[in-house]
Design a protein around this ligand. Structure first.
Ligand code: BG6
Ligand code: MG
Length: 216
């Protein structure tokens, strides 16, 4: 393994829940009923496609202006919710994993659909750990398209077969598999069971077991 690529929301920090809460507000206003189960379908999906999925769920249509309005509105609500975010919000185990990867000379990348990724990394004070950051401002295709991870591999100068991807979403695991990278799932949702290995939380990751995946 030459590179370890991290998703952000729901992997390094619990912002996945803030995305859910912010979309819930939008859905209330648009009279769309939206549950935590529906939300699994939005994980890893960029903002624009998330709203498209929600409109389908609610069987609603918006004209172009209103569509753009609710995209901006959702982000306003989301940014307000994460205003207090700081280093203490990092999931347990993140920094020790970064340190172990550095020790082993394994490159660290970020592959996130979020346009707020750099802001969040800086609030969490972990920007400097990353050898490469690819976010939602730098891609034209969202997950499950593998672009965000392929761009990491090419920027880092490593083969896709030498990369592991850590993801909490079905879209992200699918993107990793399509990229020909090892897919590591985080969480307990059924939708990520097809990953190469799944851990309950980032603090449970056994790096040696992940390295063994590359020897098979
Ligand atoms: C992903 C989240 O990381 O980023 C999605 O899992 C979110 O829920 C997407 O829609 C885009 O995020 P942002 O911050 O650009 O709205
Ligand atoms: Mg995620």
């Amino acid at each position: 393994m030459k590179a370890f690529l991290f998703d952000l929301d729901g992997v390094l920090v619990d912002t996945a829940n803030y995305h859910f809460l912010a979309w819930s507000k939008v859905c209330d206003a648009l009279e769309i009923s939206f549950s935590k189960i529906d939300n699994e379908r939005l994980k890893g999906i960029d903002r624009r496609n998330s709203l498209r999925i929600l409109l389908k769920i609610g069987n609603k249509e918006l004209n172009e202006n209103d569509f753009e309005y609710w995209l901006v509105e959702k982000n306003k609500v989301y940014l307000e919710m994460i205003k207090q975010l700081d280093r203490t919000a990092l999931f347990n185990g993140v920094i020790p994993l970064f340190e172990k990867l550095k020790e082993k000379n394994i490159k660290i990348g970020l592959g996130s659909a979020s346009k707020n990724a750099k802001l969040i990394l800086s609030r969490l004070e972990i920007t400097d750990y990353f050898d490469c950051i690819v976010d939602g401002n730098m891609t034209t295709q969202g997950k499950p398209d593998p672009q965000v991870f392929l761009l990491n591999a090419s920027r880092l100068g490593v083969n896709v077969e030498e990369c592991a991807v850590l993801e909490d979403s079905k879209a992200g695991i699918d993107a990793a598999i399509t990229a020909n990278m090892k897919a590591i799932g985080i969480g307990s949702d059924q939708s990520i069971k097809h990953a190469d290995v799944v851990y309950q939380a980032i603090e449970n990751i056994e790096l040696d077991a992940v390295l063994e995946l590359f020897e098979e």
